[in-house]
Design a protein around this ligand. Structure first.
Ligand SMILES: C[S@@+](CC[C@H](N)C(=O)[O-])C[C@H]1O[C@@H](n2cnc3c(N)ncnc32)[C@H](O)[C@@H]1O
Length: 503
């Protein structure tokens, strides 16, 4: 523990960091993941603190899931030459961390005292979710905070969990602790209050975070976003492989026209790239689910405009993207390693090799076929031409989106199965026209669409919903692309050249 009197000359960031390093050695390694105890370094903490716009006056700051208090310490350091008072509230469940948190707060108190800032603090050793829901529902609830700083725990919360039940009482449906913490912090903020948080990037798109995004945009202006160019960079000492994003919101303020997007290789980077983007390019008015589109440069914005302004949705084209219906472990008794009498081809991701399809894979780990019987018939689709993509790509794989064509001449069968870790494009339940499928294949495999997809999608999964929200060329253009492209070999340059010509 760092003695309070001895370190007055040391910055509060350094105090937080020292406490973090010592506290980390005391935590149970196995429980850390469960409690989401991955703490902010001093560089991450000051990056967050520096996002706040108001330094002077009275600060009533919430730090939910405070750990050892590094974020509050960095905030105090940031405002200490201008603030008149700071009233800090930290929520932290861990008894071990609470000791260090109390020590960091004592240092903050001493620093404030030395520069004439009124300091008040309280540490609440309770569950932030139930405590906040109770306050929000109490008759005398009045927003208390005008600042919130958060690096919340990141953990899924199941639909039946106590947390979800509590959140429903304040009309908030969300499946992760981090969105629960940030959502509640928004509710607890007063109008004009600022919130800065570092969280996974996953909330930017996908249906699971619809309610969280609704809460953000109905209550706040999204003003600044910071992204790290490398997946490891925010929590590199904790070996967290997660794409993180830092954002700044102001509650009760009309959405500003421009959003400031900064990016850096890591939190220590002294020269982050700064790019101002119109809000309309960050959250498209065409998208009712308000996906957040992070563009960090002119080049990325031009990609977003080209790909985002294509004329058709999938349903305009009479096409649908679906997840493969065969869940292998639910139909184990019907799986077959070999394509034998009574079976039909079953396509797993292992069959999608690069942008082509290899079936059967003899000697592979996965089955090649599925018994065709009354129990499996509803899982099968008519044999024909389909475009398939893998739902998962490896973390550092070059392309996020890779499409392959399945064609009916693979086997003399009436029906075929697509496994659940694949997505398939079909004409509303029917096979696709071969030329259209070839055009779609080239379009999805183009660098333009891969780059655009990465802007929209912060994780390595490719869900059918992600494919549904892309914009596509019209039917005629896709067919013309299909006529030009050679699907037997995948040549990126050739595909990109053809796409350039048509789009
Ligand atoms: C990701 S850590 C971040 C700690 C600190 N904010 C930082 O940036 O270093 C999240 C913290 O939330 C705490 N926590 C987890 N669940 C909590 C809950 N329900 N209520 C309050 N704190 C919680 C964990 O013990 C952990 O210290």
């Amino acid at each position: 523990m760092i003695e309070v009197a001895s370190k007055m000359t040391v910055s509060l960031n350094k105090i937080g960091d020292d406490n973090r390093v010592v506290a980390n050695t005391k935590l149970d390694e196995k429980l850390r993941g469960k409690l989401g105890q991955f703490m902010s370094s001093s560089a991450v903490s000051s990056l967050l603190a520096q996002m706040f716009e108001t330094r002077d006056g009275e600060h009533r700051i919430l730090d939910a899931g405070a750990g050892v208090g590094s974020l509050t310490a960095a905030f105090v350091e940031h405002v200490k030459n201008s603030a008149s008072s700071i009233d800090s509230t930290c929520f932290e469940l861990s008894e071990i961390l609470n000791e260090y948190l109390a020590n960091t707060m004592q240092h903050c108190a001493k620093h404030c005292e030395s520069v004439g800032i009124d300091w008040k603090s309280q540490i609440i050793n309770e569950d932030f979710i139930s405590h906040s829901v109770n306050s929000l529902l109490s008759d005398d609830f009045k927003p208390k905070y005008n600042k919130a700083i958060l690096n919340p725990p990141y953990l899924k919360i199941s639909a039946k969990s106590e947390e979800r039940k509590a959140l429903r009482k304040v009309n908030f449906e969300t499946g992760n602790l981090y969105s629960a913490f940030v959502g509640l912090a928004i509710m607890l903020l007063e109008n004009g209050g600022e919130l800065v948080a570092i969280t996974p990037r996953s909330f930017c798109n996908g249906p699971y975070f619809n309610d969280f995004r609704r809460l953000i945009f109905e209550n706040c202006s999204l003003n600044k976003i910071h992204v790290f160019n490398c997946r490891k960079s925010a929590f590199k000492t904790d070996k967290v492989l997660q794409e993180n994003v830092v954002f700044h919101l102001t509650k009760g303020e009309a959405q500003r026209k421009m959003v400031v997007v900064t990016s850096s290789s890591c939190a220590e980077d002294p020269n982050p790239n700064i790019f101002e983007v119109p809000f309309a390019d960050v959250v498209s008015t065409n998208n009712p689910n308000r996906f957040i589109h992070i563009v960090t440069s002119k080049e990325e914005l031009s990609i977003a405009h080209r790909a985002g302004n294509l004329p058709c949705s999938l349903s305009d084209l009479g096409i649908q993207a679906s997840t493969g219906k065969v869940v292998d472990f639910r139909t184990r008794e019907n799986l077959s390693m070999d394509f034998v009498e009574g079976t039909v081809p079953l396509i797993f991701p292992q069959h999608l090799q690069g942008a082509s399809l290899k079936w059967p894979v003899i000697g592979g780990k996965k089955p090649n076929a599925l018994l065709n019987n009354p129990n499996t018939s509803s899982l099968l689709v008519k044999n024909g031409t389909y475009v398939l993509t893998r739902r998962l790509t490896a973390k550092e794989e070059k392309r996020r989106l890779i499409a392959s064509i399945y064609s009916e001449d693979i086997a003399n069968v009436d029906v075929v199965g697509f496994e659940n870790k694949t997505n398939y494009f079909h004409a509303m339940g029917q096979p696709l026209e071969p030329l259209l499928a070839r055009g779609l294949w080239a379009f999805l495999n183009s660098t333009l669409i891969d780059k655009y997809f990465r802007q929209l999608n912060g994780h390595t999964q490719v869900n059918a919903t992600d494919l549904r929200i892309l914009s596509y060329p019209d039917m005629e253009t896709l067919i013309s692309i299909g006529e030009r492209v050679n699907i037997s070999i995948f040549e990126q340059d050739m595909i990109d050249q053809i796409i350039e010509e048509f789009i």
